[in-house]
Design a protein. Structure first.
Length: 244
């Protein structure tokens, strides 16, 4: 299903200021599971046991093993055509690319200046002093922080109950947006779920690209484009800035 907004733009006539938000659906075709998939990785663990600060305090070894598995899976995944299309769009002036994903497939596809609001799987963080460094292949609770030496190593990931990164930068981009696109995201997790409302409030055109439309897509978006991201996103980008 596609609902087209009243304002049509020809190829190569993209708005001056575009904000794109991507979610797990963008990387699903690359083999990276979403939270709601009924597949192996998430099926074996409750979110409350592996993706909250309380879980880390209760059983850091379990949490670190879980993210070791996710890191290994992300390292073997390859960017798909949707990543490549957004990478091309990211080089267009006035584009802000925000992702909820912790993989680096957008960067590996050539995207620039990606804002990772939920952190990155390839990063490590000291829970004691906030020092950051490149994550090793495997982490252990006894690993010392390179800066302060305390054994409080954790993934540089925003867990449930924590504040997303770079919110000031994202809100500034949304306040100037002429077009907002949500790609591969369920629209159920705040604050990202509220970005479309922020964009609409400042007069931006809004579009959703998802495998299937979210329940309230027609109430919150000017257009809803349904289908696999690997097909819909390249076509949408080409409609904005022309063929690559």
């Amino acid at each position: 299903m596609t609902v087209t907004p009243a304002s049509r733009r020809g190829p190569g006539r993209a708005p001056d200021r575009i904000v794109v938000l991507t979610g797990a659906g963008l990387s699903a075709e690359s083999g990276i599971p979403t939270f709601r998939d009924g597949d192996g990785l998430w099926e074996r663990h409750r979110i409350e046991d592996v993706a909250t600060p309380e879980a880390f305090d209760r059983d850091p070894a379990l949490v670190l093993r879980f993210y070791d598995m996710r890191r290994a899976a992300a390292a073997t995944a390859q960017p798909n055509p949707a990543h490549a299309a957004l990478a091309r769009l990211s080089h267009h002036p006035g584009v802000t690319l925000v992702t909820q994903n912790i993989d680096t497939l957008l960067e590996r596809a050539g995207a620039r200046d990606v804002i990772h609001m939920h952190g990155r799987i390839d990063g490590a963080l000291c829970a004691a002093c906030d020092h950051r460094w490149t994550a090793p292949a495997a982490m252990a609770p006894a690993d010392p922080c390179p800066a302060c030496g305390r054994p409080r190593t954790r993934p540089d990931i925003v867990w449930f109950g924590e504040m997303p990164y770079h919110m000031d930068q994202i809100e500034q981009a949304l306040a100037r947006a002429q077009l907002f696109a949500a790609i591969g995201t369920s629209g159920q997790v705040y604050p990202a779920a509220g970005f479309v409302d922020f964009a609409r409030a400042v007069g931006a055109e809004t579009v959703e690209l998802n495998l299937v439309p979210t329940d309230d897509a027609l109430d919150r978006f000017d257009a809803s484009i349904a289908g696999p991201a690997g097909r819909t996103v390249p076509a949408w980008v080409e409609g904005l800035i022309g063929p690559g």
